[in-house]
Design a protein. Structure first.
Length: 720
């Protein structure tokens, strides 16, 4: 073989030197230099690559053993050989990461790593050569592993590149090693039936040839037995034995014409189609067709340009036979890849990858294009990167994706606690951009929490949405903790928390939403003692029910009877009639219970001489009657008038989508109602909130509460 490669004296010496030094056998008992020679044989005879590719194959073992460097190779043999060796070296490093080769992502990464398409072709040749030599190896596990890689990775690549013979051989050899019994069962069946099958094909096509010639058609017919792997796939798909597979072989009728170029005019194309249908008519007149198995890609070609007629007929001995009818031009297009033969076989399209591989295959089949192969570099996947987990799982990300994208792709919890990563044994930050081939190990800390700026660090929408969700959940948890902390602080300082007063305080401090108020407490920007002090000031500002609200000792208190009654001198038996036009009496509706027209009420004479109006069921009423019974006066409402009163309703229910809109829409539809404020908190699927509403009387209030209770998800509505 060395003579056939026409190596220089220097190159021949290098090979002989390598043979002498590289005597260590691999896991299969093969010498590296012998493996290289066998691979070079496939590269030359079955793929047709040139001098540079063969030389790269022969130099590869020396590079792996560090007997030569890429710089030396480039200096001695040129950049083309060095580029191929560099691609082979990168792929070798890729394999060192223990990847899961069954994934589509790994195949794409392999292609993007190759730089030069000849690298992939050499890898295919290397695997074909290896599969031919491992029949009798002792290490079954190693043989199983390389056989699975051949089936999952290299056979599909060979198929895409138009290397159909190598593709079928890889599939058959993989099946031979992985499914030994099934392989030999089918092979024995094929061998046993070969003579009869050949005789059947001859007897089947004989009458057809006579009829086609009699019709004046020029043609040739091909008959081929399907591969063992293909037959096995049919047996599994159809769940039948070998004898149940009726299409063990296929017949192809190729009609000859003068127009063999890929592009023909409409007249020539019409003539081709007519001849195909003429042949179809002749065949179906002789043999009964199965109408369910007719595939007409002449009238409506496939989107990739594939044209042909596929029929299945019942031949002699009641056997079904598959026949394909097409012109020479159609056959050439399908076989050469202009019609993307891999799609015709059912492999899914991958856009630009298919077109690109198709161009490569055309180069392989066109000898004049082989020179262009030397300068052909890959530019695929420039917008994508492929990275590994420590276990060898492979993931695809857009270019510019960061460590944080990778962490959230693995799991939300991993992303939330990510503090960095270890890439190729180097520690990097969460902002580090991923590169193809990186092996990423995420580092986490339990005290790490998502931050708002993380949204700008990540590239993928999946990571962005997970970060936003985590931020909302964190804010809710922090808000609940802050609210509980505030309640404890109030309890320790013996301050009674009133929701309306707290809402007013939030607004006075500049907060539009309660969630932001509690978030500021949770982050420490708002001190609990400061909030408590401001709450007391707010409560005093709203004139609490005990008058001046100044704390004094009981020993210092002296009751002034002159302040006991207003200027109208009310007796205990008198009744204060509450009316807008009431003169001479200073009265106010108390803030603690917000009485409205229709509520049973009483008056309480404050230390300042004014009167506070309370509901009889006011939470403070028992204490007022017990301690200040002498200040209590009877009260009742006068005519309804046009007054509007403020009430607070507490609503509790399930946190369904649109619940707030449903509540507010009921209020907005009633022209006699005014919604002053709404405060809703949600936790664990439940919500609770306060609605502050202005209305005119209790009947209107009862009507509103009744409507609110009808809203889906609302469990409780009560006045506070």
């Amino acid at each position: 073989m060395l003579d056939r490669l026409a190596l220089t004296t220097e190159e021949r010496a290098m090979v002989e030197s390598a043979r002498a030094q590289l005597t260590g056998r691999d896991i299969f008992g093969l010498l590296p230099i012998d493996k290289s020679l066998a691979t070079a044989q496939v590269v030359v005879d079955e793929i047709g690559l040139g001098h540079d590719s063969v030389l790269a194959v022969l130099l590869r073992p020396m590079l792996e053993e560090q007997l030569v460097t890429l710089e030396q190779v480039e200096h001695d043999h040129g950049p083309s050989v060095a580029r191929i060796l560099h691609g082979l070296e990168r792929i070798q490093r890729l394999y060192s990461k223990n990847p899961v080769v069954e994934s589509e992502n790994f195949r794409n990464l392999l292609l993007s790593f190759a730089e030069d398409m000849r690298v992939i072709l050499i890898m295919i040749a290397d695997r074909v050569s290896l599969m031919r030599q491992i029949r009798n190896v002792v290490d079954d596990e190693a043989r199983r592993r390389v056989s699975e890689e051949a089936a999952w990775l290299y056979a599909p690549l060979a198929h895409k590149l138009g290397l159909y013979q190598l593709k079928s051989e890889l599939e058959d050899l993989s099946m031979k090693y992985l499914e030994h019994d099934a392989y030999y069962h089918i092979r024995e069946k094929l061998n046993a039936t070969k003579q009869s099958r050949d005789a059947y094909i001859a007897s089947f096509i004989g009458p057809i040839e006579q009829k086609l010639k009699a019709a004046g058609l020029h043609f040739h017919i091909k008959g081929r037995t399907k591969s063992i792997h293909s037959i096995w796939q049919k047996m599994k798909k159809q769940k039948c034995p070998f004898e149940g597979v009726y299409d063990l072989f296929a017949i192809r009728i190729i009609l000859e014409s003068d127009d063999t170029q890929e592009s023909v005019d409409a007249k020539a194309h019409s003539r081709e189609v007519m001849q195909c249908w003429q042949a179809y008519s002749i065949v179906t007149d002789m043999y009964q067709p199965n109408p369910k198995r007719l595939r007409d890609w002449l009238s409506v070609p496939k989107s990739n340009g594939y044209e042909s007629l596929h029929i299945t007929v019942l031949g002699p001995e009641q056997k079904w036979v598959e026949i394909q009818i097409r012109s020479e031009r159609m056959d050439e297009i399908a076989e050469r890849g202009v019609a993307a033969h891999w799609r015709y076989k059912g492999v899914k399209s991958e856009g630009s990858l298919d077109e690109w591989l198709n161009g490569i295959r055309s180069m392989l089949e066109n000898s004049s294009g082989m020179e262009a192969m030397d300068q052909f570099k890959m530019e695929l996947y420039e917008d994508e990167v492929f990275v590994f987990t420590p276990k060898g799982d492979l993931y695809k990300f857009p270019k510019g994706a960061t460590v944080l994208d990778f962490a959230y792709h693995i799991h939300s919890k991993i992303g939330n606690q990510c503090v960095g990563a270890r890439i190729n044994n180097k520690v990097v930050t969460i902002r580090h951009e991923l590169q193809s081939g990186d092996q990423v190990e995420i580092m986490t800390q339990t005290n790490q929490k998502p931050k708002q700026e993380w949204v700008n660090i990540v590239k993928t929408s999946r990571a962005k949405s997970k970060i936003r969700l985590a931020l909302r959940e964190t804010q809710q948890a922090e808000g609940l903790f802050a609210k509980e902390s505030l309640e404890r602080k109030f309890k320790n300082r013996k301050i009674e928390m009133e929701e309306p007063v707290l809402m007013h305080l939030m607004k006075r401090l500049g907060f539009k939403e309660a969630s932001e108020f509690y978030r500021q407490i949770a982050t420490g920007h708002l001190d609990l003692n400061y909030v408590a002090d401001k709450y007391i000031e707010e409560k005093q500002r709203e004139s609490a029910i005990t008058g001046d609200n100044v704390a004094r000792s009981a020993a210092d208190f002296q009751f002034d009877s002159t302040l006991n009654a207003p200027s109208s001198t009310l007796n205990q038996n008198d009744v204060l009639v509450i009316d807008q036009n009431l003169k001479g009496i200073d009265f106010q509706l108390s803030k603690c219970c917000h009485p409205i027209y229709g509520d049973p009420v009483f008056g309480f004479v404050t230390a300042g001489g004014g009167i506070k109006i309370h509901r009889t069921d006011c939470p403070n009423a028992p204490e007022l009657r017990k301690r200040f019974g002498y200040r209590i006066v009877k009260a009742k409402w006068s005519g309804k008038g046009a007054s509007m009163y403020s009430i607070t309703l507490r609503v509790v229910g399930n946190d369904d989508i649109g619940i707030v809109n449903n509540l507010t829409s009921i209020i907005s539809k009633d022209e006699r109602l005014v919604l002053r404020s709404i405060n809703i908190d949600s936790h664990d699927g439940l919500f609770s909130g306060n609605l502050v509403v202005m209305l005119d009387d209790t009947s209107h209030m009862e009507s509103l509460m009744k409507k609110l209770r009808t809203v889906k998800g609302v469990k409780q509505v009560e006045r506070i």
